[in-house]
Design a protein around this ligand. Structure first.
Ligand code: ZN
Ligand code: ZN
Length: 384
Protein backbone atom coordinates (compact mmCIF):
# COMPACT_ATOMS: atom_id res chain seq x y z
CA UNK A 1 0.00 0.00 0.00
CA UNK A 2 1.27 3.47 -0.93
CA UNK A 3 2.45 5.61 2.00
CA UNK A 4 0.32 8.57 0.95
CA UNK A 5 -2.87 6.43 0.73
CA UNK A 6 -2.27 4.88 4.15
CA UNK A 7 -1.56 8.31 5.69
CA UNK A 8 -4.76 9.77 4.20
CA UNK A 9 -6.89 6.91 5.45
CA UNK A 10 -5.42 6.94 8.96
CA UNK A 11 -5.78 10.73 9.29
CA UNK A 12 -9.43 10.49 8.35
CA UNK A 13 -10.12 7.71 10.91
CA UNK A 14 -8.16 9.50 13.61
CA UNK A 15 -9.94 12.82 13.04
CA UNK A 16 -13.39 11.22 13.03
CA UNK A 17 -12.66 9.63 16.43
CA UNK A 18 -10.90 12.74 17.71
CA UNK A 19 -13.95 14.91 16.97
CA UNK A 20 -16.23 12.49 18.85
CA UNK A 21 -14.32 11.51 22.01
CA UNK A 22 -15.99 9.27 24.58
CA UNK A 23 -15.14 8.45 28.18
CA UNK A 24 -14.16 4.97 29.43
CA UNK A 25 -16.75 2.20 28.88
CA UNK A 26 -18.92 4.62 26.89
CA UNK A 27 -16.99 4.34 23.59
CA UNK A 28 -20.13 3.47 21.57
CA UNK A 29 -19.50 5.74 18.54
CA UNK A 30 -15.81 4.80 18.54
CA UNK A 31 -16.74 1.10 18.52
CA UNK A 32 -19.07 1.74 15.54
CA UNK A 33 -16.22 3.38 13.58
CA UNK A 34 -13.96 0.40 14.35
CA UNK A 35 -16.64 -2.08 13.27
CA UNK A 36 -17.29 -0.16 10.05
CA UNK A 37 -13.61 -0.30 9.08
CA UNK A 38 -13.22 -3.98 10.07
CA UNK A 39 -16.36 -4.85 8.09
CA UNK A 40 -14.91 -3.06 5.05
CA UNK A 41 -11.73 -5.13 5.47
CA UNK A 42 -13.78 -8.33 5.89
CA UNK A 43 -11.97 -9.18 9.15
CA UNK A 44 -14.18 -11.18 11.56
CA UNK A 45 -14.79 -9.34 14.83
CA UNK A 46 -16.88 -9.55 17.97
CA UNK A 47 -18.04 -7.16 20.69
CA UNK A 48 -16.91 -8.90 23.82
CA UNK A 49 -17.92 -6.11 26.25
CA UNK A 50 -20.45 -3.28 25.61
CA UNK A 51 -17.74 -1.32 23.73
CA UNK A 52 -14.72 -3.67 23.54
CA UNK A 53 -13.96 -5.43 20.26
CA UNK A 54 -11.74 -8.40 19.42
CA UNK A 55 -11.02 -8.99 15.71
CA UNK A 56 -9.24 -12.11 14.50
CA UNK A 57 -7.30 -12.56 11.27
CA UNK A 58 -6.11 -16.09 10.59
CA UNK A 59 -3.61 -16.44 7.78
CA UNK A 60 -2.07 -19.82 8.57
CA UNK A 61 -1.24 -22.37 11.24
CA UNK A 62 1.58 -20.31 12.82
CA UNK A 63 1.50 -18.82 16.35
CA UNK A 64 -1.01 -16.25 17.64
CA UNK A 65 -0.07 -12.65 18.41
CA UNK A 66 -2.25 -9.88 19.87
CA UNK A 67 -2.04 -6.18 19.02
CA UNK A 68 -3.81 -3.80 21.37
CA UNK A 69 -5.19 -0.24 21.10
CA UNK A 70 -7.03 1.64 23.84
CA UNK A 71 -10.10 3.70 22.84
CA UNK A 72 -11.14 6.08 25.63
CA UNK A 73 -10.84 9.86 26.05
CA UNK A 74 -10.51 12.13 29.09
CA UNK A 75 -12.83 14.53 30.95
CA UNK A 76 -11.13 17.68 29.65
CA UNK A 77 -12.15 20.62 27.44
CA UNK A 78 -10.08 20.82 24.26
CA UNK A 79 -8.66 24.26 23.37
CA UNK A 80 -6.55 23.41 20.30
CA UNK A 81 -8.96 25.28 17.99
CA UNK A 82 -8.26 22.66 15.29
CA UNK A 83 -10.97 21.98 12.67
CA UNK A 84 -11.20 18.38 13.94
CA UNK A 85 -11.35 19.41 17.63
CA UNK A 86 -13.74 17.68 20.03
CA UNK A 87 -17.43 18.29 19.35
CA UNK A 88 -18.24 16.67 22.67
CA UNK A 89 -17.79 19.49 25.17
CA UNK A 90 -15.85 18.52 28.30
CA UNK A 91 -14.41 15.35 26.72
CA UNK A 92 -11.15 15.19 24.79
CA UNK A 93 -8.69 12.74 23.28
CA UNK A 94 -5.75 14.24 25.16
CA UNK A 95 -3.80 10.99 25.52
CA UNK A 96 -3.74 10.02 21.84
CA UNK A 97 -5.93 6.91 22.10
CA UNK A 98 -7.69 8.14 18.92
CA UNK A 99 -4.34 7.69 17.14
CA UNK A 100 -3.85 4.23 18.70
CA UNK A 101 -7.18 3.07 17.23
CA UNK A 102 -6.29 4.51 13.81
CA UNK A 103 -2.84 2.86 13.87
CA UNK A 104 -4.28 -0.53 14.84
CA UNK A 105 -6.87 -0.31 12.05
CA UNK A 106 -3.99 0.60 9.70
CA UNK A 107 -2.10 -2.50 10.86
CA UNK A 108 -5.25 -4.55 10.20
CA UNK A 109 -5.41 -3.25 6.62
CA UNK A 110 -1.71 -3.97 6.00
CA UNK A 111 -2.02 -7.50 7.43
CA UNK A 112 -5.16 -8.16 5.41
CA UNK A 113 -3.23 -7.22 2.25
CA UNK A 114 -0.29 -9.40 3.27
CA UNK A 115 -1.78 -12.21 5.37
CA UNK A 116 0.21 -13.44 8.38
CA UNK A 117 1.37 -17.05 8.63
CA UNK A 118 -0.43 -17.43 11.94
CA UNK A 119 -3.27 -15.65 13.76
CA UNK A 120 -3.38 -11.95 14.64
CA UNK A 121 -5.86 -10.75 17.25
CA UNK A 122 -6.71 -7.05 17.27
CA UNK A 123 -7.79 -5.91 20.74
CA UNK A 124 -9.75 -2.65 20.80
CA UNK A 125 -9.82 -1.96 24.53
CA UNK A 126 -12.16 0.44 26.34
CA UNK A 127 -11.43 2.30 29.56
CA UNK A 128 -7.67 2.48 29.93
CA UNK A 129 -7.71 5.81 31.80
CA UNK A 130 -10.18 4.58 34.41
CA UNK A 131 -8.17 1.32 34.60
CA UNK A 132 -9.99 -1.97 34.41
CA UNK A 133 -10.49 -2.08 30.62
CA UNK A 134 -7.70 -4.58 30.00
CA UNK A 135 -8.81 -6.88 32.82
CA UNK A 136 -12.37 -6.83 31.51
CA UNK A 137 -11.29 -7.79 27.98
CA UNK A 138 -9.06 -10.59 29.32
CA UNK A 139 -11.92 -11.84 31.52
CA UNK A 140 -14.03 -12.14 28.37
CA UNK A 141 -11.43 -14.45 26.86
CA UNK A 142 -9.43 -12.05 24.65
CA UNK A 143 -6.17 -13.94 25.33
CA UNK A 144 -7.63 -17.42 24.71
CA UNK A 145 -8.91 -19.51 21.76
CA UNK A 146 -6.40 -19.44 20.25
CA UNK A 147 -4.02 -18.69 23.10
CA UNK A 148 -2.09 -15.45 22.58
CA UNK A 149 1.67 -16.12 22.62
CA UNK A 150 2.86 -12.49 22.44
CA UNK A 151 1.19 -9.08 22.84
CA UNK A 152 2.33 -5.76 21.41
CA UNK A 153 0.93 -2.29 21.93
CA UNK A 154 2.04 1.28 21.51
CA UNK A 155 1.56 4.75 22.92
CA UNK A 156 2.12 8.05 21.15
CA UNK A 157 4.78 10.06 22.95
CA UNK A 158 5.22 13.85 22.63
CA UNK A 159 8.71 13.61 24.17
CA UNK A 160 10.14 11.98 21.04
CA UNK A 161 10.30 13.52 17.54
CA UNK A 162 7.74 12.27 15.02
CA UNK A 163 9.21 9.66 12.73
CA UNK A 164 11.00 7.97 15.62
CA UNK A 165 10.03 5.16 17.98
CA UNK A 166 11.47 4.29 21.40
CA UNK A 167 11.84 0.70 22.59
CA UNK A 168 13.45 -0.86 25.66
CA UNK A 169 13.52 -4.18 27.50
CA UNK A 170 12.57 -4.36 31.19
CA UNK A 171 10.46 -2.02 33.35
CA UNK A 172 8.90 0.84 31.37
CA UNK A 173 6.03 2.01 33.57
CA UNK A 174 5.11 1.71 37.25
CA UNK A 175 2.64 -0.40 39.20
CA UNK A 176 -0.33 1.78 40.17
CA UNK A 177 -2.07 1.30 43.52
CA UNK A 178 -4.83 3.33 45.12
CA UNK A 179 -5.62 3.79 48.80
CA UNK A 180 -8.36 5.26 50.93
CA UNK A 181 -8.16 5.93 54.66
CA UNK A 182 -11.11 7.05 56.71
CA UNK A 183 -10.42 8.34 60.21
CA UNK A 184 -13.08 8.28 62.88
CA UNK A 185 -12.72 10.67 65.80
CA UNK A 186 -15.48 12.36 67.75
CA UNK A 187 -17.02 15.70 66.78
CA UNK A 188 -17.96 18.51 69.11
CA UNK A 189 -17.62 22.24 69.73
CA UNK A 190 -14.38 23.75 68.43
CA UNK A 191 -14.00 25.63 71.71
CA UNK A 192 -14.00 22.39 73.76
CA UNK A 193 -11.55 20.14 71.86
CA UNK A 194 -10.75 18.13 75.00
CA UNK A 195 -14.29 16.76 74.96
CA UNK A 196 -13.92 15.34 71.41
CA UNK A 197 -11.32 13.61 69.22
CA UNK A 198 -10.18 15.81 66.35
CA UNK A 199 -10.17 13.72 63.16
CA UNK A 200 -8.78 16.63 61.12
CA UNK A 201 -5.70 16.82 63.33
CA UNK A 202 -5.15 13.05 63.03
CA UNK A 203 -5.52 13.27 59.23
CA UNK A 204 -3.04 16.15 59.00
CA UNK A 205 -0.49 14.28 61.07
CA UNK A 206 -1.06 11.20 58.92
CA UNK A 207 -0.64 13.07 55.60
CA UNK A 208 2.77 14.31 56.80
CA UNK A 209 3.88 11.03 58.39
CA UNK A 210 3.04 8.98 55.30
CA UNK A 211 5.81 10.89 53.53
CA UNK A 212 8.36 9.19 55.79
CA UNK A 213 7.63 5.87 54.07
CA UNK A 214 9.43 6.83 50.87
CA UNK A 215 12.05 9.01 52.60
CA UNK A 216 12.87 6.68 55.52
CA UNK A 217 11.57 3.14 54.95
CA UNK A 218 12.11 2.41 51.24
CA UNK A 219 15.62 1.72 49.92
CA UNK A 220 16.80 5.07 48.45
CA UNK A 221 17.87 3.22 45.28
CA UNK A 222 14.33 1.86 44.76
CA UNK A 223 11.92 4.17 42.91
CA UNK A 224 8.67 4.83 44.81
CA UNK A 225 6.02 7.53 44.93
CA UNK A 226 3.39 8.05 47.60
CA UNK A 227 0.97 10.90 46.96
CA UNK A 228 -1.99 11.87 49.14
CA UNK A 229 -4.29 13.32 46.52
CA UNK A 230 -7.29 14.33 48.63
CA UNK A 231 -7.90 15.15 52.27
CA UNK A 232 -11.43 16.05 53.31
CA UNK A 233 -12.51 16.86 56.84
CA UNK A 234 -14.81 19.15 58.75
CA UNK A 235 -17.94 21.14 57.94
CA UNK A 236 -17.56 24.52 59.67
CA UNK A 237 -14.90 26.69 61.32
CA UNK A 238 -16.27 26.23 64.82
CA UNK A 239 -17.02 22.53 64.71
CA UNK A 240 -14.55 19.82 65.64
CA UNK A 241 -14.21 17.37 62.70
CA UNK A 242 -15.60 13.97 63.66
CA UNK A 243 -14.21 12.17 60.63
CA UNK A 244 -11.72 12.65 57.79
CA UNK A 245 -11.06 10.96 54.47
CA UNK A 246 -7.73 10.69 52.66
CA UNK A 247 -7.17 9.14 49.23
CA UNK A 248 -3.93 8.68 47.38
CA UNK A 249 -1.78 6.64 45.03
CA UNK A 250 1.39 4.57 45.34
CA UNK A 251 3.71 3.95 42.37
CA UNK A 252 6.50 1.38 42.43
CA UNK A 253 8.73 -0.54 40.01
CA UNK A 254 9.40 -3.71 42.04
CA UNK A 255 7.07 -6.24 43.67
CA UNK A 256 9.16 -6.14 46.87
CA UNK A 257 8.63 -2.40 47.44
CA UNK A 258 5.06 -2.70 46.25
CA UNK A 259 4.30 -5.29 48.94
CA UNK A 260 6.06 -3.28 51.68
CA UNK A 261 4.26 0.07 51.32
CA UNK A 262 0.65 -0.88 52.25
CA UNK A 263 1.93 -2.57 55.42
CA UNK A 264 3.70 0.64 56.44
CA UNK A 265 0.68 2.82 55.63
CA UNK A 266 -1.45 0.63 57.88
CA UNK A 267 1.14 0.67 60.69
CA UNK A 268 1.47 4.48 60.67
CA UNK A 269 -2.32 4.97 60.47
CA UNK A 270 -2.80 2.57 63.38
CA UNK A 271 -0.17 4.37 65.46
CA UNK A 272 -1.48 7.88 64.88
CA UNK A 273 -5.16 7.07 65.39
CA UNK A 274 -4.40 5.05 68.52
CA UNK A 275 -2.30 7.89 69.95
CA UNK A 276 -5.30 10.21 69.63
CA UNK A 277 -8.01 7.73 70.62
CA UNK A 278 -9.46 7.43 67.11
CA UNK A 279 -10.31 4.55 64.79
CA UNK A 280 -9.80 3.98 61.07
CA UNK A 281 -10.81 2.10 57.94
CA UNK A 282 -8.10 1.30 55.38
CA UNK A 283 -8.63 0.17 51.79
CA UNK A 284 -5.82 -0.62 49.37
CA UNK A 285 -6.27 -1.82 45.82
CA UNK A 286 -4.09 -2.54 42.84
CA UNK A 287 -5.03 -0.66 39.67
CA UNK A 288 -2.21 -2.12 37.56
CA UNK A 289 1.11 -3.96 37.74
CA UNK A 290 4.57 -2.91 36.59
CA UNK A 291 4.73 -2.76 32.80
CA UNK A 292 7.89 -4.70 32.04
CA UNK A 293 8.84 -5.47 28.43
CA UNK A 294 10.02 -9.01 27.72
CA UNK A 295 13.67 -8.86 26.52
CA UNK A 296 13.07 -11.22 23.57
CA UNK A 297 9.94 -9.39 22.42
CA UNK A 298 11.59 -5.98 22.88
CA UNK A 299 14.51 -7.33 20.83
CA UNK A 300 12.15 -8.43 18.06
CA UNK A 301 10.39 -5.05 18.01
CA UNK A 302 13.75 -3.26 18.01
CA UNK A 303 15.13 -5.24 15.05
CA UNK A 304 11.98 -4.68 13.01
CA UNK A 305 11.88 -0.96 13.84
CA UNK A 306 15.52 -0.59 12.72
CA UNK A 307 14.72 -2.41 9.45
CA UNK A 308 11.69 -0.15 8.84
CA UNK A 309 13.01 3.22 9.98
CA UNK A 310 16.80 2.99 10.15
CA UNK A 311 18.89 2.85 13.33
CA UNK A 312 18.93 6.63 13.90
CA UNK A 313 15.12 6.70 14.27
CA UNK A 314 14.94 3.97 16.93
CA UNK A 315 15.57 5.58 20.30
CA UNK A 316 16.16 4.40 23.85
CA UNK A 317 13.35 5.66 26.15
CA UNK A 318 15.68 6.11 29.13
CA UNK A 319 14.51 5.72 32.74
CA UNK A 320 11.10 4.15 33.42
CA UNK A 321 8.13 6.44 34.07
CA UNK A 322 6.15 6.40 37.33
CA UNK A 323 2.96 6.71 35.26
CA UNK A 324 0.93 3.56 34.70
CA UNK A 325 -0.65 1.67 31.79
CA UNK A 326 -2.99 -1.29 31.97
CA UNK A 327 -1.19 -2.90 29.01
CA UNK A 328 0.70 -4.55 31.90
CA UNK A 329 -2.34 -6.84 32.39
CA UNK A 330 -1.75 -8.54 29.02
CA UNK A 331 1.87 -9.14 29.98
CA UNK A 332 0.67 -11.36 32.84
CA UNK A 333 -0.76 -13.72 30.20
CA UNK A 334 1.93 -13.55 27.51
CA UNK A 335 5.30 -11.93 26.95
CA UNK A 336 5.19 -8.75 24.93
CA UNK A 337 6.43 -5.24 24.36
CA UNK A 338 4.96 -1.75 24.68
CA UNK A 339 6.44 0.70 22.18
CA UNK A 340 6.54 4.51 22.18
CA UNK A 341 5.82 6.26 18.90
CA UNK A 342 7.23 9.81 18.73
CA UNK A 343 4.72 12.53 17.73
CA UNK A 344 6.53 15.80 18.48
CA UNK A 345 7.06 18.37 15.76
CA UNK A 346 8.26 21.79 16.99
CA UNK A 347 6.65 23.61 14.02
CA UNK A 348 3.27 22.06 14.82
CA UNK A 349 3.76 22.49 18.60
CA UNK A 350 2.93 18.83 19.23
CA UNK A 351 5.47 18.48 22.04
CA UNK A 352 2.82 19.39 24.65
CA UNK A 353 2.45 16.67 27.31
CA UNK A 354 -0.42 14.17 27.56
CA UNK A 355 -3.66 15.12 29.38
CA UNK A 356 -3.21 18.79 28.43
CA UNK A 357 -6.11 20.73 26.80
CA UNK A 358 -3.75 21.72 23.95
CA UNK A 359 -2.44 18.19 23.34
CA UNK A 360 -2.22 17.20 19.67
CA UNK A 361 0.03 15.02 17.55
CA UNK A 362 1.88 15.04 14.26
CA UNK A 363 -0.31 12.74 12.17
CA UNK A 364 2.60 11.73 9.93
CA UNK A 365 3.46 9.35 12.80
CA UNK A 366 0.27 7.32 12.20
CA UNK A 367 1.67 5.10 9.38
CA UNK A 368 4.87 4.56 11.41
CA UNK A 369 2.87 2.92 14.21
CA UNK A 370 0.64 0.99 11.79
CA UNK A 371 3.56 -0.40 9.78
CA UNK A 372 5.54 -1.31 12.88
CA UNK A 373 2.62 -3.21 14.48
CA UNK A 374 1.88 -5.04 11.21
CA UNK A 375 5.54 -5.98 10.66
CA UNK A 376 6.02 -7.18 14.26
CA UNK A 377 2.88 -9.35 13.99
CA UNK A 378 3.94 -10.65 10.56
CA UNK A 379 7.38 -11.58 11.86
CA UNK A 380 6.15 -13.20 15.08
CA UNK A 381 3.53 -15.35 13.34
CA UNK A 382 6.10 -16.50 10.76
CA UNK A 383 8.00 -18.28 13.55
CA UNK A 384 7.85 -22.05 13.49
ZN1 ZN B 1 -3.63 8.97 29.55
ZN1 ZN C 1 -2.85 6.81 27.29
Amino acid sequence: MKDSDLLKELISIRREIHAHPELGNREFKTAKVIERVLKGLKIPHKRVTPTGIVATLKGGEGPCVALRADMDALPLTEVTGKPYASKNSGVMHACGHDAHVAMLLGAARLLKNRPPRGTVKFLFQPNEEGAGGARELIKKGAMKNPRVQATFGLHVNPRFPSGTVAIKAGPLMAAVDRFEIEIFGQGGHAAYPHEGKDALLMASELAVSLQTIVSRKVDPLEPAVLTVGTLNAGTRYNILAGSALLTGTVRTLSEKTRALIPKLIRRITEGITRAHGGKFRFEYESAGSVLSNDPAMAGLAYRIAVALLGKAKVLEPGLPSMGGEDFSEYLKHSPGCFIYVGTADPRMKTGIPWHHPRFDLDESALPVGARLLAAVAGEFTARA
